[in-house]
Design a protein around this ligand. Structure first.
Ligand code: ARG
Length: 506
């Protein structure tokens, strides 16, 4: 394969990359390769730019996305009781906080960016680290994208179908179109993608503020009727039901570990990483509690459980002629989250293929635009397939099942390293019961749904993980490649106009 264009590597625009790293609210190991100024003159360290405030903003900005606008209905449906769903919402917040505190120990102990990837490498070695990057590229990131885009589509079509349920095919079509749009933005320019991110992050805060404000107003008027019947008795909760209800709630909190992907960029990480976590996650938990109360201040339990788009119902009840504000704010918010998720996914792909963990072509960037187009396209195609074959709820189950295997794995890594590396410096040491509790809960979250109500999604997820194991030996460990791969790579390079970057470490 002498035809690969190693000679004409792309130099990334330093400013583009740097802006990208900070403003999207999600950063990944690939960031440094994107050609940030820091990477250009010092390939090992990035500038430490994330202080306490931006740390908190990063956590809050990633966590609040689509979930709080779609999950409350599903959670209520799955538990059948206001009281239980409220408890689950709070428990999800607590679990995220405990998990993140354990990640704070891991992140201050191993200060390289990349979160799970780095910790698995330390505690268990290469193969589990490979499995993680394999699964996050093929399953986790695309399914996040698919869920957020489906939520976007739900809110985008809702105002046009008023009273009836929107046709499924329409929602899917809009979701696919939104993926294409986001793909276009991200392939067009890194700057555009990060600007979209910043502007759209503000929109979700506005949406939350409107909901909380509106709910408070209703409560002051004395509209507390729906909140007074916690309905514990009517609960339909079985053990498996509770676990999947947790999946729904935890989706809204996902992203609590995002600061660990950028440890290298945090100023004084041993102080600021734990502190950002301790401030950021309770803040989100508080927002979600208030939003849930607000929903119930305005609509009844059954209205909420049946609502296709709960924030739209909320707006219709409360905002009168301004009701269009709600779907608009939510579509903007979800579009922004999907944009940030693809942005990160592209970089993750980029980093994993650079390690020889995925196809080379996925780490190439566009000759003039410096965007990691092949990785982005690859992710978007998988996300589109997921949109076409899945629903929001099934994808959330699929995602959470897989994600919690790895979150649990990280807890295990922490516990193992307390034994294998007892003297390694741990600037922040979490009380050891915490990782044990989170490990226990994550085991329950992964096992209970399978036992209680087996679904195809769990089998697919397990198959994907196992497939990773099969790919590892021949293609990563022994370094074989498929005989025609060179030709395909060159072909794709010409079609997509992409080249390897010079900022990779070889
Ligand atoms: N919690 C977010 C939401 O409610 C999803 C975050 C997806 N995860 C991530 N690491 N980007 O939509």
């Amino acid at each position: 394969g002498g035809l690969v264009w190693r000679g004409c590597s792309a130099e990334c625009d330093a400013e583009d990359g740097a802006a990208g790293a900070l403003t999207d609210g999600n950063i990944n190991p690939g960031d440094k390769l994107e050609g940030t100024d820091a990477a250009a003159d010092d390939p090992v360290h990035l500038k430490r730019r994330v202080g306490l405030f931006s740390g908190v903003a990063l956590i809050v900005g990633t966590m609040i996305g689509s979930g709080i606008f779609v999950s409350p209905s599903g959670l209520l449906e799955r538990t059948g009781s206001v009281g239980i769903s409220f408890i689950i919402w709070m428990a999800c917040g607590l679990l995220s906080l405990l998990g993140a505190l354990a990640y704070a120990e891991l992140g201050t102990m191993n200060t390289s960016s990349g979160a799970e990837y780095a910790y698995f490498m330390d505690a268990f070695g290469g193969p589990p680290a490979f499995l993680f990057s394999w699964v996050s590229t093929l399953v986790l990131k695309p399914s996040q994208m698919a869920i957020i885009c489906l939520s976007f589509a739900k809110y985008a079509v809702e105002p046009f179908v008023s009273e009836c349920e929107p046709p499924v095919s329409l929602v899917k079509l809009v979701a696919v179109i939104s993926i294409v749009m986001i793909l276009a933005v991200n392939c067009y320019s890194v700057n555009l993608a990060t600007n979209v991110q910043n502007i759209f992050t503000a929109a979700k805060l506005v949406a939350i503020a409107i909901i909380v404000g509106g709910g408070a107003y209703k409560l002051i008027l004395g509209n507390t009727r729906h909140l007074q019947e916690p309905n514990f008795a009517s609960s339909t909760a079985t053990l498996g039901n509770i676990a999947t209800a947790f999946y729904t709630g935890l989706w809204a909190y996902d992203g609590w570990n995002n600061l660990n992907y950028v440890t290298e960029e945090i100023k004084n990480p041993s102080k600021n990483l734990p502190l950002s976590i301790i401030i950021g996650i309770p803040l989100v938990t508080l927002c979600y509690a208030l939003v849930n109360v607000s929903y119930l201040a305005v609509m009844s339990v059954s209205e909420m459980a049946d609502s296709e788009a709960v924030a739209v119902t909320f707006g219709n009840r409360l905002l009168g002629s301004m009701a269009w504000l709600m779907p608009l704010a939510v579509t903007i918010s979800t579009f922004g989250s999907a944009n940030g998720t693809l942005f990160v996914a592209g970089r993750l792909c980029f980093a994993a293929s650079r390690e020889g963990h995925l196809l080379d072509i996925l780490s190439y960037v566009h000759v003039r635009r410096f965007t990691p187009a092949p990785g982005l396209i690859f992710h978007s195609l998988i996300a589109m397939a997921m949109v076409l074959y899945g629903t929001i709820d099934s994808l959330i189950d699929f995602f959470s099942f897989t994600a919690w295997i790895f979150y649990g794995g990280a807890m295990l890594a922490l516990i193992v390293m307390r034994y294998t590396k007892p003297h390694a410096p741990r600037p922040y040491k979490v009380p050891i019961v915490i990782p044990y509790v989170v490990l226990l809960v994550s085991t329950y979250l992964v096992v209970a749904p399978i036992v209680d109500k087996p679904q195809w999604e769990y089998l697919y997820a397990t198959a994907f993980i196992c497939a990773g194991g099969l790919v590892y030996l021949p293609f990563v460990k022994w370094g074989y490649s498929l005989p025609f791969m060179d030709k395909i790579t060159v072909f794709l390079q010409m079609v997509l106009e992409v080249v390897p970057t010079s900022t990779t470490f070889e």
